[in-house]
Design a protein around this ligand. Sequence first.
Ligand code: NAP
Length: 307
Amino acid sequence: MKKEKVIVIGSGPAGLTAALYTARARLEPIVVSGTQLGGQISITNEVENYPGFPEGTTGPELVELMRKQAEVFGARTVIDEVTKVDFTGGSPFTLETHSETYEAEAVIVTAGASPKRLGVPGEEEFIGRGVSFCATCDGFFFREKDVVVVGGGDSAMEESIFLTRFANQVDVVHRRDELRAGEALKRRAFTNDKLDFVWDTVVEEIVGNGKVEAIRTRNVKTGDTDERVTDGVFIFIGHYPNSSLFEGQLETDEPGYLIVDDKMMTSVPGVFAAGEIMDPVYRQIATSVGQGTAAAMMTERWLGGRE
Ligand code: NAP
């Protein structure tokens, strides 16, 4: 069993910032990366709203800079996944990964969120064969093809615009007749010649033979059903928190977001949380970075208070 002062679960902006701050406080944190080093921004192509980058940057570049900066001060990144935690006896806590068992005096949970599924037939079956949750990852495979995007928020618009670089045609299927996305993205979407909108419509089934060939849709106002031929279906309908690992151990709200107090502490003293696993509202890189900072500072204070 490896004994550590602080373990950070997750390596997105919240986790890497918590690592930077706890490393500078000489707590020698370990960051257990999770399945994707960098979390969601590692698959985000353009980042235009993170301060300090007037020309914009990319998710992978930002992650790399954040990781390097934390490591300069002694943070260690472990490419592994936490598979089990035991917070029941209080600090020190036990954490298991695929390859190691750790004991940690304090834990900062920054396990993030994952893309929501539509829950329709064909969705799971065709993942990687036409169904995607990441335009940055898969857009390239749809050069000169027709694709459908599902959703009406900022993510759907940002990713649709990105997809027009590759696809011939991008049809956005949205369940209402108004976008949730902010004005700037809306304007860019409405003025893009390759983007069309299918309003008041839900996807009921994704069909194909070995790969996606069409979607079956229903107009929610008229009840009319339709079949739309397409090569790909990109789904951007929000996220759910990755909190199942902590079920029964940390308090959550109804959708599963970890509940923290004003010191970023969860229901278990010594276990802190930051980023999208506890934040259903802001979900920005900048806010995750702020929450990671606060969680790290409170972790340091909590550990100091025990000495
Ligand atoms: P979101 O804002 O929650 O939007 C989800 C969209 O999917 C909504 O249009 C929603 O429809 C639709 N939807 C949800 N469930 C659905 C279902 N079962 N079937 C069909 N459609 C469904 O999620 P998001 O776009 O991922 O954005 C999340 C947060 O990140 C937001 O705060 C956003 O501002 C932020 N964000 C910001 C940027 C940026 O600033 N550049 C980029 C990406 C994300 P309704 O509208 O009818 O509810």
